[in-house]
Every structure is written in C-alpha cells, then in structure tokens.
Design a protein around this ligand. Sequence first.
Ligand SMILES: Nc1ncnc2c1ncn2[C@@H]1O[C@H](COP(=O)(O)OP(=O)(O)O)[C@@H](O)[C@H]1O
Ligand SMILES: [Mg+2]
Length: 279
Amino acid sequence: MTAYTKKEVLLEARNIFLSYGNKCILHDINFNIRDIVRPGMLQGQVVSLVGRSGIGKTQLFRVLSGLQKPSSGQIMIRERKPTLSAAGTIEVNHERPVHAGDMGVIFQNYYQFEWRTVKQSLMLAARQNPALKGKEEDTILHYASQFDIPDILHHYPKQLSGGQQQRVSIIQQLLKGSDFLLLDEPFSGLDICVLDKVVELLLQVSLSDELKTLIIVSHDIATAVAISDTVFILGKKVGQEGSTIVREIDLIERGLAWQRAVRREKAFEDTLDEINACL
Ligand SMILES: Nc1ncnc2c1ncn2[C@@H]1O[C@H](COP(=O)(O)OP(=O)(O)O)[C@@H](O)[C@H]1O
Ligand SMILES: [Mg+2]
C-alpha cells in the first residue's frame, strides 16, 4: 500500500446541531479532517459528504463554510499565518472557528453577476488574494488554459454552458487562495465527458498544495468515492429526528484512494454497496 501518514487536524466539526424552530435538521455531528502526508508528494485532501436527497447535505455544507451558524457546536479550522520571528517570516498554524468567507465555496447554481465578463469576475477574485499582487492577470491566464476555457474570458455568464460556468466558479474560488474548497453537488447536470474533465481538474487542484482540502457534497456516490480519500455518510438513526454522520469510510486503508482505475476494483463495488445500505 502507498505510504502515508495522517498529521494535524485541518478541520473539526464539534458537536454540531442545527434546528429550524423545533424541527431538527442535524444532530451530534462530530468528525475531523486531517492533513494527509505522502513522502515526496504534495498531497491534498479530498473528502466527500454523501447522503440521499433532502437529508441535510446542503445545510451541513453551509455550516461547514461558516455561512450558516449552527444552533450549537462549532466548526474549527487550522489557519496558516505568516508571522515575523527572529529567523524571518515563518508560517504559524493555529486553530480558530470558521468565519464566512474563509473557504472557497462553489454552490450548486454557479451564480455570477451577469453584467461582468468572466475575466472581470476572475480579476475581482484575484485582487482579494494578497499573494497574487502584480500577478493577477498571469494567474488568470494560467488557470484559464489549465481549465480549458481560454476563449471565453471576454464572455458574459449567460453565454456560457453549465460546464463552463462551473469551471469559472472553481477558478474564481481558487484565485482567492483559501486552503479549503467546498463544492455542493459538483457532478450534477454535467454530461459524461465534462464530468470526467471536472474529476480530473479537482484531482489536480488537490495535488497543488499540501494543505488544499476539497470537501465535496454529493448524492452521486460512485463519482464521490472514486475521487476521495475519505467518505462521510450523512443519514438517519432509528427513532431520531434529523440527520447525523452514520459512518466514516477511510478509502486509503481500503486501497481505493489515489488510483485512476479505482472503479474496476472489487473493493470499490463493495464500498458502494456498503454506502447504499446506510442511506
Ligand atoms: N430555512 C429552513 N427552514 C426549515 N427547514 C429547512 C430550511 N432550509 C432547509 N430546510 C430543510 O432541511 C432539510 C435538508 O435540506 P438540504 O440540506 O437542502 O438537503 P440535501 O442537500 O441533502 O438535499 C430539508 O428537509 C429541508 O426542508
Ligand atoms: Mg443539497
């Protein structure tokens, strides 16, 4: 099996509860995401949160990203901060509660301001990232070519296909430079060729930085499992209102992470059956 270690906690969900009025949506959500380190590689994390429709995935997505305050509990994230020391500038990590805006968030309906061209929207995102100062334009051109959309930079959102809008949204969030990228149902509504391309791009993104962490919320279980190192299943416990994490599956231990041809493995089929039985 591939050598790896799991290091510091990058994100921790601590006892999350969410209710609207007296309707419980989420209860007792506890899990963490650790930094996975592989010798000689930049290996990010790809985590999927799966469950059937209406189970509360989007609600949990909103809580994780800091956009929705839970009724109780906390989402803690590890932050890298450049700090001045005697030895020069070093990166210090510390843990703090998530705030709205900390994570790159890609919603299901890739909303873009319709009066801005793709390039103008991307430029606004790039300017939010101090690390790109003076390199905004070059970085945009680099991503546009990597994501295969160099020709649409001067187009307006309504001139784009669904797949192009999604790629623009992903680039927009990557430009902001946050370690976490959250995607709600990134595989729905894409035709099969575009789907393969998106999977490939997300894998590339996850390999671009040691701490890059993708959290994919999806009801497309096969694609989610094929791309992830860890799967959390959101489901129901007998006799309890609302949803919680009913199982965590470590795909690395099963030899199902980081392989292109994973769908051909017997263990892959078994894992899908196991997940379906929990839904
Ligand atoms: N503002 C709200 N008030 C009451 N219930 C809500 C509200 N928003 C969402 N819900 C409920 O939360 C549940 C989970 O929805 P959602 O997270 O969108 O599911 P999923 O993304 O898994 O399909 C649904 O039953 C929905 O009706
Ligand atoms: Mg949803």
